[in-house]
Design a protein around this ligand. Sequence first.
Ligand SMILES: [Ca+2]
Length: 355
Amino acid sequence: MKICVSVFIIVAGVFAVISADSLSFCQDSKRTESDCASYCYAAVKPLLQMAPLCHSKDQEISELKDKLAELQIKVAVYEERNSQCKISEEALRNQIESAESTQPKRHFTPVLNNPENENAPSNNTHEIKVKVPKSRIIEKHPDVEYEYPSNCLDVELGVVIRRVKVDGIGPFRAVCYDAGWMMIQRRRDQRTSFQQNWAGYRAGFGDLQSSFFIGLEKLYRLTNSQPHELYIELEAYDGRSTQAHYDNFRVGSEEEGYKLIELGEYLGEAGDAGDGLRLNVNAKFSTYDRDNDNIANGNCVKIYESGWWHNNCTESNLNGVYFNEFNSWDRRSIWWGPWMDRYSLKSVAMYIRPK
Ligand SMILES: [Ca+2]
């Protein structure tokens, strides 16, 4: 009995100590929670506000992933198409090479820098009537009240750069030569790239005092305002020059693809350049971003590197790549098939004049 009482006293004492400690712990805990409450609320509140945003972000990410998957599918489709285009282009190149190999090449031997040929008779039997030294070019600025001419017919001597106005298009600067010729294209250096897109060829580009293209819209407006003839000058690296002259030239509207609608009779004589444009009649204009040619499985522009009236494809390439020297046979260069095949020319120019 004495032992039991002692055990009871010990257990009661331990219980009392534990109860006292627990009470102290709870009081401390409550105090801590109370102290932390304001801080924790301030810290956690923004996170709670972010929760809905996180949810919407998850949805957004999910949608973006879906779009990405769609785009990846499209990329795969376009890559496949691109691959097919390359195959078609290669087939077209082979087709052209095969067709060209069946025709004998016109062999041309450059005589540039060859002293033995300095006194050789020139094949150029015709003077280029419109050639005028660059130093005589003057700029003409009409007064505000000036009535713009619609052509160059009143230019009697030299070269004048002035504004011209035709129906449907605002006044634009044009290079007028004597005898009424308006220059519409010229190549004489590499400074102006003729690798232009549809918009570039439509508007025109380049420097009127060196290399330029007047623009298809202007050509359309000019040649449809009244009948025009076409004159083309060609100069080789060996110093020879020649010309091609057509008694009619008309270009269609943009809706018609700026088609070469009319090309009149070739007015050439022996020794002239020959008719290098006949194949292009009724062909629409093509650029690297607008394939209007008559080759179903390819774009002639990518083969000849020129915006041009490509048919299937062409016998001349006056908007091709300007090479600074006589180049080996290259279909990308500036050339006129009937005169010097695919050998690059030193300079070319195209003119039109009302008939
Ligand atoms: Ca084509």
